[in-house]
Design a protein. Structure first.
Ligand code: ARG
Ligand code: ZN
Length: 473
C-alpha cells in the first residue's frame, strides 16, 4: 500500500480507538449530552464548508429576486428568501450552524418556535428554544435577504449568486451556495430541493429538476416552480435568472429536457446542444442509466468564465461547445450522482468528465482515446504539467489542468492495464454502488482492485500520488 493510504488507515483506527474509549463503560448508558454542532463538515480544504451535527433532508427555497438596474448603476440585485429546511440532528444539539454569507437572516424558527441566532462570516449559528434530540426530524425556517453582488471563490473566480443586469448566474462549486441560501454546503450532505422563484415579469427562473407547476404572473412578477427530487450536493443547486428562451423536448433515451438559452446566444450553441440526446444514449451505454429525472442546459450571455455541471441543468457561459456539452453531461454520473467525499477527490470528477469527452470524440470518428492519451504523454517530463499529485491538488489546485487531463490519462492507463471489460464494469459498479452519495479516491482504488483482481498500488502511486511524469506503471 502507498504510505498515504497507510496513514489514512492508521488515522481511521486511531479515531475508532478514541470512539471506543469515549463510549460509556456501564451497561446502562448515560444519555449523551447536548452539544454544539461543528461549524464545518470536516473537509481539510474548506474548514467552514458544511456543518457538523445535522443531516439535511430537504430544502424548500422561496426566493424573490430583482436583478441589477441598467448601467451605470452598480451590478447589485436584491434577494429575499424563505428557506424551509427539513433536517435530522445526528447528535443531541444545543446549537447548530448553517452556512450563509453576505445575506442577513431576520427570523429563524425551529419546529415552529422562534429561535435565537447569530451571524459571522460564513456561519449562521442557531440556538433553538428547545434542544434537539439526535435522530428526531425537525423543520428550520430561515427568513433572510439582502443585496446580491458578484462573489468570488478562493481563486478569485466568480461563483455563487452572480448578479447580472438581466438576472443571475448561479454556480456554486466548490462552496458558494451560502451566498444565496442557508445551507449545509458539503457534498456529504445531499438533499432534495424544491423552489418557488419570483422574478420581474419577462424573466425566466431556471432551477434543477422539472417545473412542478406552470409559471404564474401577478402584478408584473412571475413565479417559477421547480422540483428536484434526486438527492443533490449543494454546489450543484441552481436558480439562474435571465431573459431565456425555453426549449422543452424528450431525448431519445426518454429523459425530459428543459433548455434555457439567452436570446443573444440562440444561434451559436444550438447544433452542439442538439447532440445532447445522442450523448445521453452514448453515456448510458458506458455508465448505465441516466441517474436523474431530467436534463437540460442554461446558456447565459453573461459569463463566469467556465461551465458547470449543475445537477440536471448544466450551466454554460456564452458558448456550449460540443466538448463542453459532453463534459458537463458526463458529470451527471461522475461527480453529481457519485460525488467527491472530500474536495481532494476532485480528480475523479474532472478526470472522468474529461475522459468521457475523449471517448465521445472517438465515438464521433475523431481522435481515439488512445491518440488523446498518447498526445498527452508527449508533454516533456520537465514540464510543470507533471508537478501536481492530482489526488491532493490543494484548495487552489481544484481546477488546475492536470486534475482534468492527467485525471483522464490515469483512467485511460487504468483501462489499458485492467482491460476494457473490467474497466467498464468498474465504471458501472462505481455508479451503482456509490450513486446518490459520495466516494473517495481510496474507494476508487479499492473498487479497481476488487473488479480487476490486480494489485494497483504502484499504478496509482505513479499516476495520482507522485508529482512527476509516470514512466512505468
Ligand atoms: N466543474 C466545472 C467543469 O467541469 C469547473 C468549475 C470551474 N470553477 C472554477 N472556479 N474555476 O467545467
Ligand atoms: Zn468538469
Amino acid at each position: 500500500m502507498p504510505s498515504r493510504r497507510r496513514t489514512a488507515l492508521a488515522l481511521g483506527s486511531a479515531v475508532a480507538a478514541i470512539a471506543l474509549l469515549a463510549a460509556p463503560i456501564s451497561a446502562t448508558a448515560e444519555p449523551s449530552p447536548y452539544t454544539t454542532g461543528a461549524d464545518g463538515a470536516g473537509d481539510p480544504y474548506f474548514p467552514l464548508a458544511g456543518n457538523g451535527g445535522t443531516d439535511v433532508l430537504h430544502y424548500d427555497l422561496d426566493l424573490d429576486y430583482t436583478p441589477a438596474p441598467p448601467d451605470p448603476a452598480p451590478i447589485e440585485g436584491h434577494l429575499d428568501g424563505v428557506a424551509t429546511i427539513d433536517l435530522v440532528p445526528t447528535q443531541n444539539l444545543s446549537r447548530f450552524n448553517l452556512d450563509l454569507r453576505g445575506l442577513t437572516a431576520t427570523v429563524v424558527t425551529v419546529s415552529g418556535k422562534p429561535a435565537t441566532f447569530t451571524q459571522t462570516d460564513n456561519e449562521l449559528a442557531i440556538t433553538p428554544t428547545k434542544k434537539l434530540k439526535a435522530g428526531k426530524k425537525t423543520q428550520v425556517v430561515v427568513t433572510y435577504g439582502g443585496t446580491t453582488t458578484r462573489p468570488t471563490d478562493i481563486e478569485g473566480a466568480l461563483y455563487g449568486w452572480v448578479t447580472t443586469r438581466d438576472g443571475a448566474m448561479v454556480v456554486n462549486e466548490p462552496e458558494g451556495s451560502g451566498t444565496w441560501f442557508p445551507v449545509n454546503d458539503h457534498p456529504t450532505d445531499k438533499a432534495t430541493y424544491s423552489f418557488e422563484i419570483t422574478v420581474p415579469e419577462g424573466l425566466v427562473a431556471v432551477a434543477n429538476g422539472l417545473p412542478s407547476d406552470p409559471a404564474t404572473t401577478v402584478d408584473g412578477k412571475s413565479t417559477w416552480y421547480w422540483d428536484a427530487p434526486d438527492p443533490m450536493a449543494a454546489y450543484l443547486a441552481t436558480a439562474s435568472v435571465g431573459d431565456y428562451v425555453v426549449d422543452e423536448y424528450v431525448a431519445e433515451n426518454g429523459t425530459p429536457i428543459f433548455d434555457a438559452v439567452d436570446p443573444a446566444r440562440l444561434g451559436a450553441p444550438s447544433e452542439d446542444l442538439a447532440l445532447t440526446s445522442d450523448m445521453l444514449v452514448f453515456f448510458e451505454s458506458l455508465y448505465g442509466p441516466y441517474p436523474f429525472n431530467s436534463y437540460g442546459a442554461i446558456v447565459d450571455d453573461d459569463s463566469v468564465g467556465y461551465a458547470l455541471e449543475t445537477q440536471t441543468r448544466s450551466f454554460f457561459s456564452r458558448t456550449a461547445s460540443e466538448g463542453t456539452v459532453a463534459h458537463e453531461l458526463a458529470h451527471q454520473w461522475m461527480g453529481n450522482h457519485v460525488s467527491p467525499h472530500r474536495w481532494a477527490d476532485i480528480w475523479l470528477n474532472e478526470g472522468w468528465a474529461t475522459y468521457s469527452t475523449w471517448m465521445w470524440t472517438e465515438h464521433r470518428g475523431g481522435d481515439t482515446a488512445q491518440v488523446s492519451f498518447a498526445d498527452y504523454l508527449t508533454i516533456p517530463a520537465d514540464d510543470p504539467e507533471w508537478d501536481l499529485a492530482i489526488a491532493d491538488p490543494g484548495p487552489l489546485g481544484l481546477f488546475a489542468n492536470p486534475v482534468y487531463d492527467r485525471g483522464a490519462a490515469t483512467l485511460h492507463a487504468l483501462r489499458v492495464k485492467i482491460g476494457d471489460e473490467e474497466f467498464f464494469e468498474l465504471a458501472q459498479t462505481w455508479v451503482e454502488r456509490f450513486g446518490g452519495g459520495t466516494a473517495s479516491t481510496a474507494d476508487f482504488i479499492a473498487l479497481s482492485e476488487e473488479v480487476s483482481g490486480q494489485d494497483l498500488e504502484a499504478f496509482f502511486d505513479a499516476w495520482i500520488y507522485t508529482p512527476e511524469k509516470p514512466v512505468s506503471w
